[in-house]
Design a protein around this ligand. Structure first.
Ligand SMILES: [Zn+2]
Length: 562
């Protein structure tokens, strides 16, 4: 594992570096950015006007006059003209391959009614007569009167080929009759462990497959070939830079895909990636050694591996998130692990120096994750672990102090409370009123002094950080509904949302001494924005654009015209 500088020591070293830079022996800055309004994220020096860059790091952060003094003959001088500058955004939870693939696929996210969903599919199928499968993603439960679609509806628009469409949250698949036939899913097929084949009153499959049952069909869909994955990663990296991202956390990536990502990053180094490998249950010594070899092999300038990621439960919409109290209509959602199995596995990875990321959405799953982390810390040697609970959508308020006490990171998704029709008509009713009040409770998490790192879970939601900040601050849709925001007590300040997308996300990957704040000696990763987020009315945040993204001193994205 990496050794960590104490923040205090880093700051002192950095400012010494800055003060010696003017001496005649030191070369001048490569680039200086002056005349800006800079939010540094550094509590000791929260604001500045100018930045000087040499190589990949910041040489100085200060007033325009000071920074101009570091310019020499060949220095590029950029006048920021009063623009707001913030540290480069860090998305603490996304899936680059899925995100990149989704950019080129049939997307149903914006289809709010069943009629629009069907029309979008029909149009895509017509426009792609050569595709062997019609596949797409992003449909929402709220688009359908009963909350779920049917194979008959899909047969009507795709009668000639198999079709497979995954819900926006990735937990429910929808097949047409031909896809079910190829997969040999019939009324006789048993539900697989951890999954459900939805059936009609007569017991026939409706075409909807939940959780692990999706594999029955998805395993037959031909995987994208290597060149398509390369293109997807390239598109994802370019899109991330345009959203102002300089770092992302890849929340679980298969080893084959990792090799492709590394090769793409070598050609197109416009993003820093911190990656998690899939967790193995009760890993053997050999298994741990093999994963450690992967960790070493792929460590590069742009990619590091430090975590393993596991799933403890499902999602709220399909009532598969593991809860203490039953859902309206029954069932608590089943955890995918026993506590004992989880404790053993987490302790083994903890001993081997890994950070563990556990997907836990229901309050019971969150408690299981916290318990496993606490037990691993008690059993193993003292170290700076920073294990992470991913999503923690519903949590018992009494469990929140366990994050700070255990040094556990709360990894939440800023756009998950986006109160669209799906959220209000499917998500909230599935929780019931008591749980809805403590769902996606970002403010309560902050008040419990947990480190909260924000992400998007792209492709679940786009990794569009400015739109995500707008959601965390207003908890309304783009149209401003519901007035005042959904569960408004959990709204955050702009500054808190910025912190979660910068410094706290850097902390979540053990890198806060290098990035996430703007200070001398830190990486020159920052973003120039079209509007001053910290001064405008909250409802205008969503109209803010990224003008320039700088990664390690180089432009990774520049808006047309800037
Ligand atoms: Zn995810």
């Amino acid at each position: 594992m990496r050794s960590l500088m104490k923040p205090g020591a880093a700051t002192i070293a950095a400012f010494l570096l800055a003060s010696s830079a003017g001496a005649s022996a030191s070369p001048p800055a490569d680039r200086v950015f002056v005349g800006g309004r800079i939010w540094t994220g550094d509590p000791l020096h929260p604001t500045a006007e100018a930045l000087a860059v040499r190589g990949t790091t910041l040489l100085a952060v200060g007033s325009s006059a000071e920074v101009r003094g570091l310019a020499g003959k060949g220095t590029e001088v950029v006048d920021l003209r009063g623009r707001r500058v913030v540290p480069g955004f860090i998305d603490a939870h996304l899936h680059l391959l899925g995100g990149g693939l989704s950019l080129g696929r049939l997307r149903l996210d914006d289809a709010e009614t069943a009629a629009t969903v069907m029309e979008t599919i029909r149009a895509w199928a017509l426009a792609h007569p050569d595709a062997d499968w019609v596949r797409g993603e992003g449909w929402t439960y709220a688009a359908f009167a009963s909350g779920l679609p049917t194979r008959e509806a899909l047969d009507a628009v795709v009668p000639d080929r198999p079709a497979w469409l995954v819900s926006y949250d990735g937990h429910t698949g929808w097949a047409n009759s031909m896809a079910l036939r190829i997969a040999e899913v019939t009324r006789e097929t048993k539900d697989p462990p951890g999954g459900r084949i939805v059936r009609d009153a007569a017991g026939a499959p409706t075409g909807v497959l939940e959780e692990s049952a999706q594999r029955l069909v998805s395993r037959l869909v031909p995987p994208p070939p290597r060149f398509e994955k390369e293109r997807a990663f390239e598109r994802a990296i370019a899109q991330a830079a345009a959203w102002g991202l300089t770092s992302v956390h890849e929340a679980g990536i298969a080893e084959d895909d990792l090799a492709i990502l590394v090769s793409v990053l070598e050609q197109k180094p416009a993003l820093r990636v911190y990656a998690a490998l899939p967790i193995e249950r009760d890993p053997s010594a050999d298994g741990l050694a093999r994963q450690d070899a992967v960790r070493q092999r792929y460590a590069s300038r742009r990619l590091t591996i430090g975590a393993v990621k596991g799933y403890l439960d499902g999602v709220v919409e399909s009532k598969t998130a593991a809860m203490f109290d039953p859902y309206p209509g029954g069932g608590n959602g089943l955890p995918r692990w026993t506590q004992e199995e989880l404790d053993r596995t987490v302790a083994a990875y903890d001993r081997a120096g890994w950070q563990v990321m556990l997907h836990a959405i229901g309050d019971r799953a969150v408690d299981m994750a916290l318990t496993a982390f606490e037990r691993a810390a008690a059993a193993n040697a003292t170290r700076d672990r920073r294990h992470r609970v991913e999503h923690l959508e519903v949590v018992r308020l009494a469990d929140l102090p366990r994050f700070k006490a255990g040094g556990i990171v709360a990894s939440t998704q800023a756009t998950f409370p986006y109160p669209n029709a799906n959220h209000l008509r499917v998500y909230v009713p599935a929780l019931g009123p008591e749980r809805a009040q403590r769902a996606l409770a970002f403010k309560a998490i902050d008040d419990a002094l947990a480190v909260q790192a924000f992400g998007s879970d792209w492709p679940v939601f786009p990794a569009d950080v400015l739109r995500a900040i707008a959601c965390a601050v207003t908890r309304t849709t783009r149209a401003g509904l519901p007035a005042g925001g959904w569960e408004p007590a959990q709204r955050l300040s702009v500054e808190a949302a910025l912190r979660h997308f910068t410094r706290d996300a850097a902390f979540a990957e053990h890198r806060e001494a290098e990035k996430g704040t703007l200070a001398p000696g830190r990486l020159a990763d920052f973003v120039v924005l079209s509007q001053d987020l910290l001064a405008i009315a909250p409802e205008r945040i969503q109209d803010t654009q990224v003008l320039l993204t700088v990664l390690g001193g180089q432009d990774s994205y520049r808006a047309p015209g800037f």
